[in-house]
Design a protein around this ligand. Structure first.
Ligand code: HEC
Length: 127
């Protein structure tokens, strides 16, 4: 008998979080205006990354090539934008005309969405 009670108690405890999940959802938030989406659209960012030519030096996956790895970039968004407008070294500058700030925000979102490259590459690839 005792174990039956225990089973009931456990079942109820397990059901509690589910009950919380089943609560009616709040009214859906209004869709954000595309330009105001702070987080950016990673999918569109990938398209921009490819069409504008970032991939030529940073790789399609942003894992680097002639330019450094950009996956999960540590730079804050504002510093990223400033750097793309006025790069310090061998990278070409991208003006607002070629690459509007909204698109650049999307590129940033894309870069943030890329998993970092493998830290431990198979030794055979290091030659
Ligand atoms: C012609 C090659 C080339 C292209 C095209 C290019 N980059 Fe670069 N990028 C570089 C190089 C090389 C560096 C390393 C620093 C330097 O020499 O300027 C760099 C550095 C960077 C950095 C700094 C990374 C860090 O960790 O500090 C960012 C961010 C960046 N590039 C973003 C972009 C984006 C976004 C685009 C496309 C809009 C782009 N790059 C296009 C070559 C390129």
């Amino acid at each position: 008998m005792k174990s039956a009670l225990k089973v009931i108690a456990l079942t109820m405890a397990a059901a509690l979080p589910l009950a919380a999940l089943a609560q009616p959802q709040k009214a859906p938030a209004p869709a954000p205006a595309p330009a105001a989406a702070a987080a950016g659209n990673a999918k569109h960012g990938l398209q921009v990354f490819l069409t504008v030519g970032c991939y030529q030096c940073h790789g399609t996956m942003g894992h680097g090539g002639q330019g450094p790895n950009l996956a999960r970039l540590k730079l804050p968004p504002a510093a990223f934008q400033a750097l793309v407008r006025r790069p310090a070294g061998n990278m070409p500058a991208f003006s607002e005309n070629t690459l509007p700030s909204a698109d650049l925000t999307d590129v940033y979102a894309y870069l943030q969405s890329i998993p970092p490259p493998l830290e431990h590459r198979p030794a055979i690839l290091n030659d």
